[in-house]
Design a protein around this ligand. Structure first.
Ligand SMILES: CC(C)(COP(=O)(O)OP(=O)(O)OC[C@H]1O[C@@H](n2cnc3c(N)ncnc32)[C@H](O)[C@@H]1OP(=O)(O)O)[C@@H](O)C(=O)NCCC(=O)NCCS
Ligand SMILES: [Zn+2]
Length: 228
C-alpha cells in the first residue's frame, strides 16, 4: 500500500505493509455448518454450543412440557452403532426411550422462541429461505409446530401450513404433474427435521404420524385427517 505525506512543499511516498494477523483464520464445521475462528476462545465457545444444540437437539425443560399440549408419548427403539478401534465390524446396540410429541402452544413465547431457534438451524442445514410462520400465527388455526422431546431435549421439529389444494410432484425432475390437483388437501408439511444424532430411528415417521392431527379447541380430542 502506498500513502502520501505532504508537508506543504513536496509529496513524499511511503511504503506501508498490510499485515493480516495470523489469528484471522476460519474453519467451517462439516457437521453443523458453522464457520468460526478456531483461534478465538469466544468463537470456539459459540461453535461448541451451537454444535451441541444442532447435533443433539435443544434443551426443552419440563416446565415447557405442558400435558394439555402433549399429542402423544411414543416408545422408540434407538440403534447405536459403535466400532471398536482396530476392528472393521461395528456393533449395533438398541436402547428404548420414551419420546413426547408436543404441539407448540402459540401463546407461549418461550416455546415459540425455542422453535424459532430450531427453525434457524433447520433452514441453515437446508439452505432454505425463511418459512411462512403460520405455525405461530393465531390466524392459521390448523397450522402447527410439533416438537419431539427426548430426555428434556427437543430433537425433532415438524411444522405444517394450511393449504387449499395439493399437487403431484415428480421427485426426480421436481416438476408438477398436470391436471393432478387434490382439492381436499388442507394441511401440508412445511419443515421436518430430526437432530443428526437421532436420525434413522423412525422419529421423523412418528412426527409425520402426529402432523395429521388437528386439535379442535371445542372438543376434548382432535380430529385426524387423511394423508396423501
Ligand atoms: C429427512 C429426515 C427428517 C429423516 O428423519 P429420520 O428420523 O432419520 O427418518 P426416519 O428414521 O423416521 O425414516 C423415515 C423414512 O424415511 C427414510 N429416510 C430417512 N432419511 C432418509 C434419507 N436421508 N434419504 C432417503 N430416505 C430417508 C427412511 O428409510 C424411512 O423409510 P422407511 O419407513 O421406508 O424405512 C432427517 O434426515 C433430517 O432432518 N434431514 C434434514 C432435514 C430435511 O432434509 N428435511 C426434509 C425437508 S423439509
Ligand atoms: Zn459444528
Amino acid at each position: 500500500m502506498t500513502a502520501r505525506i505532504t508537508d506543504g512543499k513536496a509529496a513524499k511516498k511511503v511504503q506501508s505493509t498490510l499485515a493480516i494477523p495470523h489469528t484471522h483464520v476460519t474453519r467451517t464445521c462439516t457437521q453443523c455448518g458453522m464457520t468460526y475462528n478456531p483461534l478465538l476462545a469466544a468463537d470456539v465457545g459459540v461453535h461448541a454450543k451451537y454444535h451441541d444444540n444442532f447435533t443433539n437437539g435443544i434443551s426443552w425443560p419440563p416446565m415447557l412440557q405442558s400435558p394439555q399440549h402433549a399429542a402423544e408419548t411414543v416408545f422408540v427403539t434407538l440403534k447405536r452403532k459403535t466400532t471398536k478401534r482396530g476392528s472393521l465390524k461395528s456393533i449395533v446396540t438398541r436402547e428404548g426411550k420414551s419420546a413426547t410429541i408436543q404441539i407448540v402452544d402459540k401463546l407461549s413465547s418461550k416455546q415459540v422462541d425455542k422453535v424459532e431457534t430450531m427453525m434457524a438451524m433447520v433452514n441453515s442445514e437446508l439452505n432454505a429461505v425463511d418459512d411462512s410462520k403460520q405455525w405461530r400465527s393465531a390466524q392459521f388455526e390448523s397450522s402447527k409446530a410439533f416438537v419431539l422431546v427426548i430426555d428434556n431435549r427437543a430433537v425433532g421439529l415438524c411444522t405444517t401450513d394450511t393449504i387449499q389444494h395439493g399437487e403431484w410432484l415428480i421427485h426426480k425432475t421436481q416438476s408438477l404433474v398436470p391436471n393432478r390437483k387434490i382439492s381436499s388437501c388442507r394441511v401440508g408439511i412445511s419443515r421436518i427435521w430430526i437432530a443428526p444424532k437421532w436420525r434413522q430411528n423412525g422419529l421423523a415417521a412418528s412426527l409425520v404420524l402426529e402432523a395429521d392431527y388437528l386439535p379442535n379447541p371445542s372438543m376434548a380430542c382432535g380430529t385426524r385427517v387423511g394423508r396423501y
